[in-house]
Design a protein around this ligand. Sequence first.
Ligand code: FRU
Length: 655
Amino acid sequence: MKLLPIISAILVMFMCFCSTKPGEIILIGSGEPSDFLEPGDSWSSEEGYLESTGEFFLSLEQGIPKGEFQMTLKMELENLECFLAVTAGDNKLGFDGLWEELPEGLVLEGPSFHRTFRLGVHPGDVIPVKQPFLLNISYTDGLLEYHIDGKEIFSETVVNEPFGRVRLEGWGEGHYLRIYEWTLKGDLLPVDQIYSREDLLARAQKSVNKRAAEVKDDPNRPIFHLQPPANWNNDPNGTLYYNGYYHMFYQHNPFADHWNWMHWGHMRSRDLVTWEHLPIALWPSLERGEEHCFSGSAIVNKKGEPMLFYTSIGHEDPEHWVALPRDEELLEWEKHPANPILTIDDHKGDVIEDWRDPQLIHEGDQTLMVIGGHPEDMGGSIMLYKALNEDLTQWDYLGVAFSGADENWECPNFFRIGDKWVIIYSPHGQVNYYCGNFKLSDYKFEAEQQGGVDLGENFYAPNTMEDEKGRRLMWGWIPGFKENQGWQSAITIPRKLSLTEDGRLIQEPVEELQALRSDLNHSDAFFLDEGLLDLEVPGPEFEMIAEFADIRAQSFGIRLNLEEEGEQFEISVEEGQLHFGENEISLEPYDLGKNLSLRIFFDRTIVELYVNGGLISATSVVYPDKENPGWELFAEGGALKVNSLDIWKMKSIYK
Ligand code: FRU
């Protein structure tokens, strides 16, 4: 599609809009289409309507401000395969898939809704094919309504007032789309006047607060794992110690319990034990074309200023942006005037794909940044950059410091422990690490050791930081809870990282977490002959440490009943294999010695396991049978000596 004629036509349209008074009906689509939109390659207009047979995109550069509006579209579709979306005030009515086969019907989503609405079984049930139909969208007195041919498909008083873009877009093969009329009643304003930092943040926060009240008593929500007050989170971001507080930021969709509209949520703690929720820190600057604030990290620059670095999505290519705090408590943030501080064109001719997730370190007198992705002809890599100024807004690309075999690496963390260097990366599967050497003389990493970081089902995209005690701390994202509950995902307990002499990663829960323990139930050494022992756990939130010695049993371990009838979750050892639910972990690479210690953190629906002081760790989401969790210890094919067994009740981390 030729953009130029369309853009110039859209400009003509705007001039019309600008001359209309607020509240006036604007008719933009009947009669001669060329009056307002010159047909490009895939548009024709011979019969008095706009027709597209390819990709189409009609965007009013102006948007709907807060307040009432009504929008009507008279359209006709045939054989639309793929994608169509009508955006009105940032809410979208769309479908994505095959006209004939789409199982989920039309989809309505956006900041005004708490969840994605699926309308109808098949788009054809709602939208007539090959016949003009009227789509009506209105917002009056807090009521948002969608009608197709007069039939109501959505009508609700919504939490978030719609404002923002007006847009029609789509693409596909072998279809046509005709637009006969497009009318809008209401003011239109340039988007930079509609989207203010304050409004965007207030809208996001309001949505979370409303939902928080609804989910707070959900018995499946963990109590000593970090989570937003409601709705979706993914990766931990920007972990930082500053001015007496540990700060945790995280990928957050404030509007629904699924991924979208990435903001950065924020929490803080003085002691890694008790946490408090803070206002949302970063929001997509829609007026600047930013649609998501993707993952990133924090650093205090050499001038002593904390800074957040992240990947800004919504532009032609990803960009790297920086945010600065407005106050010493880091409660409010603003985007740096120098953004973008790094673009895809800054790679001295290298073509980098899937470029995202910056992480920073000071090393000697240099400040370095790694970003994930991969050069076009290579596997997952860490791209390395060096700061050229103290403000950390100018960077020099130093090349690829290390590459692996996976297709892509997300969320790389690159840091030193003692004189060894570690890369932790998320390759769209199990999170892994390399340990080795790195020199500032050539900026290349050489691997000596490698392994898996967390061997459970539900662990991804960890973020690390160095604290004031010189510890390297790590938190990971725990996905995989039930859907449509008003919340989704959590973050692991903080783990302190260290290395064995041969460069294996050790992850230990930080010692501060002992402050969450209460009501110890301790057992001295005992033997379990072949058979079962019921374990007395103090409820659905506990920590357990079981030390085993003199192991003769062929298989032994701990299990509990799951919600699904007859299903159990087992943490057990058999013939050199550790079973952790569905995961089978070979113990061979680990030098576990004769004794085995299993440390389990169980938090309603999360199980985190640490074996022998953190040589192995594994995280999974499980839904226990609440009435009869039936925790038990078992030994088969021989006796088992339990050196000690300690179980503590765990307290909530929230004030
Ligand atoms: C990892 C990831 C990152 C990206 C973020 C977006 O889970 O895909 O690569 O920045 O999530 O939310």
